[in-house]
Design a protein around this ligand. Structure first.
Ligand SMILES: [Zn+2]
Length: 206
């Protein structure tokens, strides 16, 4: 299996390594235009979804693209946020969930069957409030799963503001935060529109 990865790396060397940009970035450092927080799911590839190249997005991925509140955070999440906002000074943060998210589904199923997975169980506790919120809206089945994915993104946006680095940058007008949901089946992102209180298609065109 790792041979496939090594072969892929050989292709990378052939195609990209000698490009001037890579050497320039190595020499001059990074100045990404966004912090992207997304799920680890292998089907949701941030650079491909956004046509981003080297040095363009600073990426944090974890199970179910979750951002805990600062008081309950995993240090790796908080560290990535502080570094991206205070040191790289990214102007935007995107939290991108996705329909079909296995982490959110586990939370919808009340973490059944995960008894031996203590770390996973602990992490997914954070997703449970989003599921409860979706249930309160009366959703069931597939619709509940989709609504929980969306609520989980909104929770992440709310929790981002509990980090001083984020709230200070927002107050200073130097940062904007955005909620996205990627639809696996249609290869399309929906963006949260606060005025409409809904995730909408930002591009259109069928
Ligand atoms: Zn996922």
């Amino acid at each position: 299996m790792s041979e496939k990865l090594i072969h892929g790396h050989a292709l990378f060397r052939e195609r990209y390594f000698n490009k001037k940009l890579i050497r320039q970035l190595a020499a001059e450092g990074q100045k990404p235009w966004a912090l992207y927080i997304g799920c680890s799911d292998s089907r949701v590839v941030p650079e491909l979804l956004t046509s981003s190249g080297f040095g363009e997005i600073f990426v944090l991925r974890n199970i179910a693209n979750f951002v805990p509140q600062k008081a309950h955070t995993d240090a790796s999440v908080g560290a990535a946020i502080e570094y991206a906002v205070r040191h790289l000074k990214v102007p935007d943060i995107v939290v991108c969930g996705h329909y079909g998210c296995g982490g959110v589904k586990a939370a919808v199923d009340r973490l059944k069957g995960l008894e031996r997975d203590t770390e996973l169980t602990e992490w997914l506790q954070g997703v449970l409030p989003a599921v409860e919120q979706a249930r309160k809206h009366g959703h069931q089945g597939e619709a509940l799963w989709r609504a929980a994915v969306e609520e989980n993104v909104l929770d992440a946006l709310a929790n981002l503001i509990t980090f001083d680095a984020v709230s200070e940058a927002l107050d200073a007008g130097k940062l904007a935060i955005h909620g996205w949901v990627y639809d696996l089946a249609h290869g399309r992102v929906r963006v949260f529109d606060a005025e409409k209180d809904a995730f909408v298609d930002p591009i259109g065109g069928g």
